[in-house]
Design a protein around this ligand. Structure first.
Ligand code: CA
Length: 419
């Protein structure tokens, strides 16, 4: 098994097999791209400046001397593979270039706990899908009709809406309870008030690499070439605002007040060992969505909740990325089939990822079944939705033999409304 000269704990999300991309603020106040290895980050700007990305794809490109990943993401798979093998080689226990150069190591490695990470991608557009069947069934049953929980189109196309990139925030950013129009239970006209139903949504999103030209769809069998990597997402939601506004055009202000992302972008290459069989689809989708190239990944996803009264976070959800009905490739093929062009850095959320079992539901709405079955916390507190001071902590990883590849965390606390 490949090992680094940097010690990595077996349950760390960041062994040499992962090498996710991030960015941090240097002592000089600059933004440098980085990768994670164990509890350290390694500064890619410095490695690039030293000429260590010297393969045919990246030599002279200065791809890691930008303050965002977007240029590197636009270069495509050959460059991504070369960067990964260069980094795995530089960080490996057998390679002396970095291992034995104390001066260079001083400039390259920093403790994650001592630096401030920033999101490494400039996200242009954000689309959120609705691709977990169990989630769609649960929400359909609660909001509309348990007998017809799935709308007729759901098994024929990956349903989505266009979100806002402007309100994407990184893990660690606290969010204010939004205000909006809410229809009181049994009432006929809305009131303006802070939402009483703040919720999280457990999602995984992918970030686009090379663009397609307007008018040129991405065929499903080429979709993976346009996918750079994945992040963990908390799609904060206000259920009472959502319920009143969502028909006929879908979610709007219930969703666009904050979307939290993990600081690390995990590449598809790093997730390769966790590929698993995609679920059977019945009915068969139309030809442009039908391919055996559909991928599913076995990634364990957890949500912990910590209220202001609790000393330790408590696990309230265990789900898995493989629970999705529609794959990333299908999402991208569908998104572009009308000629819509995607741009490098665009973010595509999976939709809430709920499994079949109750403990695997990926939102409070489902876990507490619209307030009818509140979550009981170990200290006796009850929750149907999030209260001010509650912190939501999501994490996700794939477990291989002897190492795990993960996203780290996406965390955020609910604060009182803006006054
Ligand atoms: Ca969502």
């Amino acid at each position: 098994m490949l090992r680094s000269f940097i010690d990595v704990d077996p349950d760390s999300h960041f062994p040499i097999q992962n090498l996710p991309y991030g960015a941090f603020i240097t002592d000089q106040g600059e933004i440098h791209l980085c990768t994670a290895i164990g509890d350290r980050v390694s500064d890619l700007f410095v490695l690039d400046e030293e000429g260590l990305f010297n393969g045919p794809e990246l030599s002279g490109q200065m791809a890691f001397q930008d303050s965002s990943l977007n240029y590197f993401m636009s270069l495509g798979k050959a460059a991504w593979n070369e960067a990964r093998s260069t980094l795995q080689s530089l960080l490996s226990a057998d390679e002396p270039t970095l291992r034995d150069n104390e001066m260079l190591k001083d400039r390259v490695f920093f403790k994650q706990s001592e630096i401030q990470l920033v999101f490494p991608v400039e996200v242009g557009d954000y689309t959120d899908f609705y691709s977990s069947e169990q989630h769609a069934r649960n929400v359909g049953a609660m909001f509309r009709d348990p007998e017809n929980a799935l709308l007729p189109n759901w098994k024929h196309l990956p349903v989505a809406y266009h979100g806002r990139a402007s309100s994407i925030v990184m893990s660690g950013t606290d969010v204010h309870r939004p205000k909006g129009q809410i229809l009181p239970d049994g009432g006929s006209s809305p009131k303006f008030s802070p939402t009483k139903r703040v919720d999280f949504e457990l999602e995984v999103g992918f970030l686009a690499g090379p663009e397609n030209t307007l008018g040129q769809p991405i065929p499903i069998d080429k979709a993976a070439d346009h996918i750079f990597g994945l992040v963990l997402i908390n799609d904060w939601s206000a259920r009472d605002i959502q319920k009143w506004e969502y028909q006929p055009l879908g979610p709007f202000l219930a969703k666009n007040w904050a979307t939290s992302v993990s600081p690390w972008v995990v590449t598809l290459q790093a997730l390769e060992p966790f590929k698993t069989k995609a679920p059977r689809q019945d009915p068969s989708p139309l030809a442009y969505l039908n391919s055996d190239q559909r991928s599913a990944y076995d990634l364990q996803l957890d949500v912990h909740l910590k209220t202001a009264q609790m000393a330790q976070p408590y696990k309230i959800c265990m789900s898995n990325y493989k629970n999705l009905y529609w794959s990333m490739e299908q999402q991208l093929a569908h998104h572009t089939v009308n000629g819509c062009n995607i741009r490098t850095g665009d973010l595509f959320g999976s939709g809430t990822i709920s499994g079949d079992e109750k403990h695997s539901y990926g939102s409070m709405l489902e876990l507490a079944w619209m307030g009818t079955d509140p979550i009981i916390l170990p200290n006796g507190e009850e929750r149907s939705y999030l209260e001010d001071g509650d912190e939501v902590i999501m994490s996700g990883f794939g477990q291989a033999d002897g190492y795990r590849v993960g996203f780290g965390e996406v965390r955020g606390k609910v604060l009182p409304p803006y006054s």
